[in-house]
Design a protein around this ligand. Structure first.
Ligand code: ATP
Ligand code: MG
Length: 552
């Protein structure tokens, strides 16, 4: 561990536990419920759990918290494994809460035998009413007085499918007047006939979160079980279960969940966006899912850097989405291959260029001394950006206009002489002459220009499609905005440029290469892209234009 970096509060606890010899080494776990795809909030939890293990020389289990068969699926299990690996982490053991169903059932029997659990026939409404309120103590019912023998028989009958779904529950017998509502005889098991993605139809009773999570931690000998703040009130119950069953003393610690501006971070809401067609899929590049960010071109390094920078907090807060984009930009600037792509093109004809065409060389990445150069074909007919030309240039306009000079990136300085318009008055062609001695790298022309334009040789250009993304929502704090969160969806979060011209190098670049399209942004090839139709997704803009937009 680096000396300069100060420890966060969980690292302090672990360092102390290790120093005191409480544990010889640490074991953490990442415990997703396989009911959706992972999002950036999960990435925070992954970086924390696996990061702690790395820092302290311990290990991490991947545990699927699959106790709710109705919403869970193998598709999600597979996506979660792929996402954790892609982020750069590996688990020592792949575990499933469902693998412990027999053990959990045996634990429940133990509690019943100790007089610490009972079968209750009350309806959910009756149970809720009898629980009281935080200021009014709960009241017991006749079922609470059932004998151990009766409870054992009824619980077994529950398991054997003798009762309807919801007809009975198993409850812990703790304290109906506890100020903590979770301690007022919480539910341990419910009857639910649902096909489980791993255990099939073997069970018709399923344990509740509070009778699976801590127990699973203890079964695996997890030393530090880290969860988010909303589980603080569950902690006494977590400890109670471990104590009453005499299990490995796993301990729960809580940190603030990650919230981010302009997006939502709950699987339930993300599922709605997918199911109702507001986005195309879980891995739609606008989604805050790990798979969406991967498809958009974010790198695992930048996501880990982001999680590192935000640190871990004990209080809820909301992190600016721009910080994540900053981290992405920082990394891509170092690794992205520079390429030229012209969107919204007009033709540039160089009237005194009579060589036909030639190859010029352009740096792949000025940030990388070993980045090398690539070949770019140059000719007398090029595509340039429409907005790089002005018919009547204003004073500080350093791009092209009648009589103005610019450099064509990695090639020559040119001077514009005339232009042509179509019937509708749109500029179609610009005519210029070039200075043969002004070639980049061997410029002896003595001419100084302020502007450099990107360009693509028309005869060599490759058509590409570009997807450009904006924020998925129009308000900063979506989760706390009034009304339905879907009212705040940004209708313009995706714009597609169907006719852009790219330099031919893109057809030879590997599919997983990261690009900076000069003056356009960072781009990454979409997984639907083919050699017949290249499609790129804009990962992030070159600068944080968003902050400026908001101030207008
Ligand atoms: P969601 O509300 O999005 O469905 P969840 O907490 O139900 O999230 P789980 O699959 O149960 O999702 O989460 C697995 C782990 O990831 C848990 O330890 C949980 O605390 C953590 N986690 C989930 N969301 C966040 C978040 N926004 N920030 C930090 N950790 C999170
Ligand atoms: Mg959960």
């Amino acid at each position: 561990m680096s000396e300069e970096k100060s420890l966060n509060f969980i690292e302090e606890i672990i360092a102390k536990d290790l120093a005191e010899g409480k544990h010889a080494s640490i074991l953490t776990r990442f415990p997703p419920e396989p009911n959706g795809y992972l999002h950036i909030g999960h990435a925070k939890s992954i970086c924390l759990n696996f990061g702690l293990a790395n820092t302290f020389g311990g290990a991490t289990n991947l545990r699927f918290d699959d106790t709710n068969p109705v919403t869970e699926d193998t598709e999600y299990v597979e996506s979660i494994k792929a996402d954790v690996r892609w982020l750069g982490f590996d688990w020592v053991k792949e575990c499933y809460a469902s693998d412990y169903f027999d053990q959990l059932y045996a634990f429940a029997i133990q509690l019943i035998e100790k007089g610490l659990a009972y079968v209750d026939d009350s309806s959910p409404e009756e149970i809720a009413a009898q629980k009281g309120t935080p200021t009014v103590p709960g009241i017991g019912n006749a079922y609470r007085e059932r004998t151990v023998a009766e409870n054992l028989e009824l619980f077994k009958a529950m398991k054997d499918g003798k009762f309807e779904d919801g007809a009975k529950v198993l409850r812990a017998k703790i304290d109906l007047s506890s100020p903590n509502m979770h301690m007022r005889d919480p539910l341990l098991y419910r009857i639910k006939r649902a096909h489980h993605h791993r255990t099939g139809d073997a069970w018709c009773i399923y344990p509740m979160y509070d009778f699976a999570h801590g127990q699973s931690d203890a079964i695996e000998n997890i030393t530090h079980s880290i969860c988010t703040l909303e589980f603080i009130p569950h902690r006494p119950l977590y400890d109670w279960g471990i104590e009453q069953l005499g299990l490995f003393p796993s301990k729960q610690y809580e940190f603030a969940r990650l919230n981010m501006t302009y997006t939502v971070m709950s699987k339930r809401k993300l599922l709605q966006l997918v199911n109702e067609g507001h986005v195309a899929s879980w891995d739609d590049p606008r989604m805050p899912t790990i798979s969406g960010m991967r498809r958009r071109g974010y790198t695992p390094e930048s996501i880990r850097d982001f999680c590192d920078r935000i640190g871990i907090a004990k209080r809820e807060n909301i992190i600016d989405f721009s910080l994540l984009e900053f981290c992405v930009r920082e990394h891509l600037n170092k690794i992205a291959q520079r390429r030229m792509v012209v969107t919204d093109p007009i033709k540039l004809v160089i009237t005194n260029y009579d060589k036909g065409s030639e190859i010029v060389y352009s740096e792949n990445n000025p940030e990388d001394p070993n980045g090398g150069v690539r070949e770019v074909p140059f000719s007398n007919e090029l595509w340039i950006q429409k907005d790089d030309f002005m018919e009547e240039p204003t004073k500080k306009y350093f791009r092209l206009g009648p009589g103005l000079m610019v450099r064509l990136k990695s090639a020559y300085i040119i001077k514009c002489n005339s232009f042509e318009k179509d019937a509708a008055g749109n500029i179609t062609t610009v005519y210029a002459t070039y200075f043969p001695e002004s070639k980049s790298g061997s410029d002896t022309s003595g001419i100084h220009v302020k502007g450099t334009l990107h360009w693509v040789s028309a005869a060599h250009a490759v058509p590409v499609v570009l997807n450009e993304y904006d924020r998925l929502f129009n308000v900063e704090d979506v989760a706390n905005a009034e009304g339905d969160f879907k009212e705040y969806i940004n209708a313009n979060s995706l714009s597609t440029i169907t006719h852009a011209w790219a330099e031919p190098a893109l057809t030879k670049d590997p599919k997983e290469a990261r690009f900076q399209f000069l003056r356009k942004g960072y781009f990454y090839q979409d997984h639907a892209s083919t050699s017949q139709q290249l499609v790129f997704n804009r990962t992030v803009t070159l600068k944080d234009t968003w902050a400026k937009e908001q101030k207008k």
